[in-house]
Write a protein that binds this ligand. Structure first.
Ligand SMILES: *Cc1c(COP(=O)(O)O)cnc(C)c1O
Length: 392
């Protein structure tokens, strides 16, 4: 099928919610992907941080194929083995106590919100339900996670939104303290605001925020949907911030390309969501969990995580010398680039020249596969450098 036909079918049958690039992808291998016209691209986006081991990694294919041949699904009214193995590994490596599996980032965050509210309800009774989130955050697209998202552009059309979210300025402890009240049950943050433009929070701020939460039994909830699973050079970013969250959410990179989300909690929340209070049909699907188990077997490894940090430093130091670059920031292989030129135009130019990139707000964003090779990095960077030269 040629591209024009694909585009017209998409226009005819798919709800127009995505501003798609004019590319239809067909197949991939490692950090390289081909479109329907057999044009090749280096992929600096991994979907959006999802294909953590690139396209069609052989061990990952083997793991999910084996599981598909064994048992593809069962209801959560029965026990299955892959989710136990992923749960055990996640809890041990993250220092958390229990997991609830779901299918996406928004669902993981929805679970975190229910968990925080019920913990507070059980312990303090009605009325202590408010959750403070940060301006410029992104937590998902369900009605409640849109409410949690601290950006006015997301608070349109779908009224009424879920009540009980209060927004504070990032990196401003005084503003956070001013927003706390007797109603507050949780503070919900991304450590690096991804969709918000790759904006890292200050370590001192996060530490101080943790102290404030501890004093008042307010839950510290960290959205690691984008930053987790090795993306920043540690299994979870909170491990580099030196804090201990009460709740952590994960999704994007966890399944290596299969849909899975996870909400992890500390011991004091272990019995909060009891029988009948939460659940989902597909949560902990055996094939998705087999994918996650394989991803963790590769990523949850000191050497591997170190290599992610090193590649990140390498990319940042190269890009900082390119024309038209105002600032490069981020951790590990989560990189934001503030440009003089329009980032959408630069991204489009890169695409034409065989490099997939992402944007976030006005910035260029790179989330390459965690196992990308230096050769693929160099190839991609030379395309980016050339695009920037043309644009400035
Ligand atoms: C992508 C993202 C989400 C939403 O995840 P979905 O799987 O799209 O529902 C939530 N939080 C953060 C930080 C994200 O990057």
């Amino acid at each position: 099928m040629d591209f024009e036909r694909i585009k017209s079918l998409d226009e005819q049958y798919i709800m127009p919610t995505y501003a798609r690039y004019d590319v239809a992808l067909l197949r991939g291998s490692g950090s390289v992907v081909w479109d329907v016209d057999d044009k090749q691209y280096i992929d600096f986006g991994s979907g959006i941080g999802v294909n953590s081991l690139g396209y069609c990694e052989s061990g990952w294919i083997e793991a999910i194929t084996k599981q598909a041949q064994l048992l593809q699904h069962s209801s959560n009214i029965y026990y299955t083995l892959p989710q136990l193995r992923v749960a055990q590994r996640l809890c041990r490596s993250a220092g958390m106590d229990k997991v609830l599996f779901c299918n996406s980032g928004a669902e993981a965050n929805e679970c975190a919100i229910k968990l925080a509210r019920k913990y507070s309800f059980d312990k303090y009774g009605k009325g202590r339900y408010e959750i403070i989130t940060l301006y410029n955050s992104f937590h998902g697209r369900t009605i409640t996670t849109l409410s949690a998202t601290g950006q006015d552009v997301f608070h349109n059309y779908f009224f009424p939104f879920t009540e009980g979210f209060v927004y504070a300025k990032a990196n401003d402890l005084e503003d956070l303290k001013a927003k706390l009240s007797d109603k507050t049950c949780g503070v919900f943050i991304e450590l690096i605001q991804g969709e918000g433009g790759v904006v890292p929070l200050d370590k001192d701020y996060v530490k101080a925020l943790e102290d404030v939460c501890r004093q008042k039994d307010i839950l510290l909830i960290i959205d690691e949907v984008q930053t987790g699973i090795g993306r920043t050079g540690s299994l979870f970013a909170f491990q580099q911030y030196g804090v201990k969250p009460d709740i952590v959410t994960s999704a994007k990179g966890l399944g290596g390309g299969l849909p899975i989300g996870a909400c992890l909690c500390a011991e004091k929340l272990a019995e909060t969501l009891n029988a009948g209070t939460h659940g989902t049909t597909y949560g902990g699907n055996p094939i998705a969990c087999a994918g996650a188990e394989y991803v963790l077997s590769v990523v949850d490894n000191e050497q591997f995580l170190k290599s992610v940090s090193q590649k990140g430093e390498y990319i940042k130091s190269k890009i900082s010398k390119f024309d038209g670059v105002k600032e490069v920031r981020g951790l590990g292989l989560m990189i934001g680039i503030v440009l003089k030129a329009n980032s959408k135009e630069v991204s489009q130019k890169c695409l034409e020249n065989g490099l997939l990139t992402l944007t976030a707000k006005d910035n260029l964003r790179l989330l390459p596969p965690l196992n990308i090779t230096y050769e693929e990095i160099d190839k991609g960077l030379s395309i980016l450098e050339a695009a920037l030269k043309q644009m400035t």
